[in-house]
Structure formats: C-alpha cells, structure tokens
Design a protein around this ligand. Sequence first.
Ligand SMILES: *[C@@H]1O[C@H](CO)[C@@H](O)[C@H](O)[C@H]1NC(C)=O
Length: 317
Amino acid sequence: MVSLKILFTCVLAIPNITGNATSVRNGVTVAGGIGSGNATNQLHLPSGLVVDDDQTVIIADTWNHRIIQWKKDDTNGQVVAGGKGLGNRMDQLNYPSDVLIDKVTNSFLICDQNNRRVVRWSRLSSTTQGEILINNIFCYGLFMDDQRYLYVSDIGMHGVRRYQMGDTNGILVAGGNRAGSGLNQFKLPTYLFVDRQQNVYVSDRDNNRVMKWGKGATEGIIVAGDQEKGSALTQLSSPHGLFIDTLGAIHVVDSGNHRVIRWVQTDKKQGTVMVGGNGLGSRANQFYSPEDLSFDPHGNLYVTDRYNHRVQRFSFE
Ligand SMILES: *[C@@H]1O[C@H](CO)[C@@H](O)[C@H](O)[C@H]1NC(C)=O
C-alpha cells in the first residue's frame, strides 16, 4: 500500500448524499482563504492536493511555485518543496500542478509542469532540493497504483503514460492520438485515477467528460458527462480532480460549474451534486473554479478552491 490516493479506495466508504442538503452544505477553510499571496498562511491559485492519514493537507501551490503542507488545525502552512521563486534549479519548481505521497520512499512526487518534468522530494525535514524522475513530459496529473506504477497525464501528447519506478520512458496506456473528441482521444487530460483492476479514469477537460480506459484498451468509454459543456446534471464543464470509490462511484470536480458531482455506476446518465453548485462565489457553500479533490480516511472531502486561494473541507456525518 504505497500511495494515499489508492489507499483510500481500499478503506473508504463515501457516504450517501441525499435530498436537498447540498444547497446548505458548507465547507470549512483549512488552508489559505485570505487572498492570494506567498506568506505561509496564503495560497496563490492552488491546483492538485493530497491528504495524509493524519489529515495533513499537501497542496500544489501553483502560482507560488511551491508545495505546502498544512497540518490539521494549523493556521500556517509549511513549504515542503520549492518556494524559491520560479525556475528550473533543483531547489525550484515552475507552476507545479499536482502532488502525491509515495509512502515507500517517504517522498512527494510532483508534476513540475512548466519545467516539463516529474520530480521527487523527500519528506525528511532536512530536504532542500528534489531529484528528477521523468524529464521532457508536459505533465498535469499524477497517480500511483497499488503495484507502485506511476501514471502521468501528458497535455502535450493528450495521453496518459505509465511508468515503472526507475523507468524514464514509460508506456502509453490511454490516448496519445492527438487532441480530439474521438473515443481514442483526449482534449487536455487533467487529473486521473486508476482502480485495482488497472482501469484508468481521466478527466478530459476540453471534451467535458470523464473517460475510462480498461487495461490494454485502444479506446475509452465515456463514464460521466455528455461532451457538451453545460450545467445540467448530465453535463460537466471543465472536469478536473477525480476519485473513484470501491463501488465504482465517480467523484469529479466540475470546475466550470463550481461544484463537485458524483456519478454512481447504476445511474450513468446523470450525477448528483455533492458540494457547491451554488454559483461562483466565496461563501462557505460556493467555489470559484475548484480544481482537485482528495478524501481523508474518515471520509472528509477536501477541495482546492482555486480562485478563492483556499482549500475547503466538507464532512458528511
Ligand atoms: C513573495 O512576494 C513578494 C511580494 O510580492 C516578493 O517580493 C517575493 O519575491 C516573493 N517571494 C518569493 C519566494 O517568491
């Protein structure tokens, strides 16, 4: 059990969301939320995030070119990678978009997007720089499965590559057929999730859909969204972060609709709003272009609320 994003698929039961409670479901700000800036109590257009077992939130603080972690109930974060300004030195990042935890090596894997590389930073407090794992890839999202394969979405090639640790070439496992709306194509693949059967789920941003590629498949199937940008429950608008639970329910950040929506396998025609969906704004039940999501072991949901420069936590008890 190595990556938190997959760990939770084994232990986590996402609670049922019923009735009209979504309109009053409020989030609590656990990081940032006091305007954009580079102080350690601020974020600036955050993107990917992951939550550790002890509810520490680790955030790709994209426009601050750093990864910052906030322990539970902290009022300030702690910079754990980058934060030395934009650049390509080994102690710098350049618009990092996503981060995950590799428990085996006790390190963070980071998509250092504008440096076109995936880097590893040890979690030891003595760490001052990273090391390059993969070069020359225009990465967006990262995922590590329970066999420790690393999956990287590539917005240059409009595909997803899979890497064995130590291998720098990887193999194409989805897309890679130029940008388009065919079933074997993506138009800007953002975040991804891989289940225990090695099905690869991808938020296909500019096609406004979530795709599922079976192991060895040459094309995917649409599992959420109808490809038209819109706000009906059958639609998505710029999907980003996603999480698939053990029952196969798809939880996806529907950024353009400022909501998180869930599709269950038994009803593939439309989703149910989990949180947000109350228009663009900064109230506790609103988002402004949310980006990624993560669950902790208690089933609490964390969302990077990008243009509000904050991370919101939602509890469903
Ligand atoms: C933080 O922001 C200040 C003010 O905008 C700027 O002068 C400084 O260089 C920034 N620090 C880093 C590490 O980027």
